[in-house]
Design a protein around this ligand. Structure first.
Ligand code: GLU
Length: 431
């Protein structure tokens, strides 16, 4: 018998099914939690700068809205397909329930490589996306946000297109917007900041000294880049970082502020030392820096490993070689169920995506509230409320893990699923 191929959605279902056996759900509820409520797919066509046409598959998956409007980002990636977007939409439904904000879960994707598109083409893709799905979107229906490779600029173009089509003023139809056009303070750093609050709580509880903790971060985008800066500022030692081109390692510690500067200038985290594959070896030696692949990075000696890029990177093949004691998932879906089992046996603590990276959608919720009320909250208020929400969610997950002898991932799913089921029952959807 050949093993069934694992995909993002089969991996989600593996955890879902396992946790559903541990909580009280009816067959009808179980069925509803297994599939999205709606799947929308379109081909979007734009005119390229050279005058030719280009067409990209585009998706919006609405997983569950028992607790409120569908909520979740839109990613632009050459590998984004329906299966992946379905899994990400499902994770959003669990995530919004874990942090107990009044949203359901959805996700969008455009199968394109944004690095091959000019700024004008990117704007065309973004407006075409909204035209394709406008009737399914709206502040009370489904509210998108940034995700992999999508930015505040893209959110602004999408809001503008939506308001034109619907002839409305609708700042709350999308979050992660620029400050100049309905955005919220603190949204850009929110994903990292939310994870940081949880990490600090763990470190303080165990009376650890941050300066003695070595951190490895995979991914230097919005989540990973900001996390590196926050941790560096709090005294942790960042020993390795990477981006899609690979990474750099220094056992003595790296300076993320410098890395960010060179990344902006030369396009990669290794930009201070390398141009493409050509590196200044002399300079690297002097600074004690080594170039590493993304695979090598995961197996480095460290205390805390933070996957902050794509899914499916910690697998049955490398889980046994992971040397971190704690994994904080800022990426969505970085660890497979097989890897989870190996890590649990090795007593590696995993703070799962649906909790660890929920800071992003939490501040999206604050942005949505501000968009609907016309208020503008201060940075202090956002930070204070984000901390409160994250620590309350962590407490609920921790308590469930302890009482029901679950891993943090199982416990987070149990907390989230119970809240979704309670809403479905309250609405009289299933019995
Ligand atoms: N894309 C982010 C996530 O995966 C944020 C979603 C949102 O703010 O709606 O959680």
């Amino acid at each position: 018998m050949t093993a069934k191929k694992s995909t993002p959605y089969t991996r989600f279902k593996t955890i879902l099914e396992e946790v559903l056996t541990k909580i009280e759900v009816s067959p009808a509820e179980r069925k509803m939690l297994n599939e999205p409520q709606a799947i929308h797919r379109e081909e979007i066509t734009i005119k390229k700068d050279d005058g030719k046409k280009a067409t990209f598959p585009a998706f919006r998956v609405q997983f569950n809205n028992a607790r409120g409007p569908y909520k979740g980002g839109i990613r632009y990636h050459q590998d984004a397909d329906l299966d992946e977007v379905k899994a990400l939409a499902a994770l959003m439904a669990i995530k919004t329930a874990v942090v107990d904000i009044p949203f359901g879960g959805g996700k969008g994707g455009v199968q394109c490589n944004p690095k091959d598109l000019s700024k004008r083409e990117l704007q065309e893709v973004s407006r075409a996306y909204v035209r394709a799905f406008a009737k399914h979107l709206g502040p009370d229906i489904d509210c998108p946000a940034p995700d992999v490779n999508t930015t505040p600029d893209i959110m602004a173009w999408m809001r503008d297109e939506y308001e034109k089509i619907t002839n409305t003023y609708a700042p709350a139809m999308i979050t992660g917007k620029p400050l100049a056009y309905g955005g919220s303070l603190g949204r850009d750093t929110a994903t990292a900041r939310g994870g940081f609050f949880i990490l600090q709580e763990l470190v303080e509880r165990d009376a650890l000294d941050p300066s003695e903790l070595r951190v490895v971060i995979q991914g230097f985008g919005n989540a990973g880049g900001h996390m590196a800066e926050l941790l560096h500022g709090a005294g942790y030692t960042i020993v390795a970082v990477s981006d899609s081109h690979g990474g750099i390692y220094n056992a003595e510690g790296l300076d993320p502020v410098r890395i960010e500067k060179y990344k902006r200038k030369n396009g990669t985290v290794a930009g201070e030392y390398c141009t493409g594959s050509v590196c200044d070896l002399e300079r690297m030696k002097m600074d004690g820096v080594k170039r590493i692949t993304n695979e090598e990075l995961l197996e480095l000696p460290c205390d805390i490993l933070i996957p902050a890029a794509l899914d499916n990177v910690i697998t049955a093949d490398n889980a046994k070689n992971i040397r971190a004691k704690l994994i904080l998932e800022l990426a969505n879906g970085p660890t497979t169920p097989e890897a989870d089992a190996i890590l649990a046996k090795k007593k590696v603590k995993v703070i799962p995506d649906v909790l660890a990276n929920a800071g992003g959608v939490t501040v999206s919720y604050f942005e949505w509230v501000q968009g609907r009320s016309g208020e503008q909250w201060t940075a202090e208020r956002i930070d204070h409320d984000l901390k409160r929400v994250m620590l309350a969610a962590f407490r609920d997950v921790r308590r469930t893990a302890y009482r029901e002898k679950m891993t943090y991932r199982e416990a987070a799913f149990a907390v989230g699923l119970r809240r979704i089921v309670a809403a479905m029952r309250a609405r009289g959807w299933v019995n």
